[in-house]
Design a protein around this ligand. Sequence first.
Ligand SMILES: *[C@@H]1O[C@H](CO)[C@@H](O)[C@H](O)[C@H]1NC(C)=O
Length: 185
Amino acid sequence: MQWAHHPIAYFVAGMLVPTVSYFLLAWTGVKNERYGNGDDSDSESYDDNGVSPLVDGSCPSASWSIIDAPYKMVLCVNTSLGMGKGKIAAQCGHAAVGCYKRAHRQCPSALSSWERTGCAKIAVKCPTEEEMHAIFEKAVNKGIPVYLVEDAGRTQIAAGSQTVLGMGPAPVRVFEDVTSHLKLM
Ligand SMILES: *[C@@H]1O[C@H](CO)[C@@H](O)[C@H](O)[C@H]1NC(C)=O
C-alpha cells in the first residue's frame, strides 16, 4: 500500500478526522436537544399575575445597584393552607425562580447586585389574605419584583390556592414597612 505513505494521504486523513468528528458531534448534539429536554413540568402553574409594574424605566428598581446593598428576597408563605414541609419548600422554590425571572427583566442590576452579595433569602409567615394583598400592593408600588405562586392543586391542597408570594431581590431598606412586621417561618 504505497499510496498510504504519500503526503497527500496524510493530508486527506488530517482533513477527514476533524470533519467526521464535527458531524458526529453535531448529530449527537441535535439528538440531545430533541430528546434531552424532558423537562418534568410539575403540577404547579406559573401564573404571571398580569403584573408588569412600570417596566418602562420609570420603575425605581431600574436604578438599584450595588451601592444599595444589602439585598434580600422575601418569600411570604400562606401558612393557613397547612402545607407540609416539602410542599412549602417546593413552593418557595417556585417563588424564587419566578422572582429571579421577573427581576431579570425588570431590574437586572439589582439582580446582579443581589447575586454578588450572597443571594440572601428569608421565608416569613403570612397569616391572612388581606395582609397578603396589602403586602403585594405595597411591594408593587415600591417597584419590588413580585411573583405569586398559584398551585394547580394536584397534591395536598385545592387548585388555585395562592401558596407563596415571592418579592425581590430588592435592597433590604425597601422592605421596611412592607414585610418587616412578619414573623420568620
Ligand atoms: C391562602 O390560600 C387560600 C386559598 O387560596 C386563601 O383562601 C387564603 O386567603 C390564603 N391566605 C393568605 C394569607 O393569602
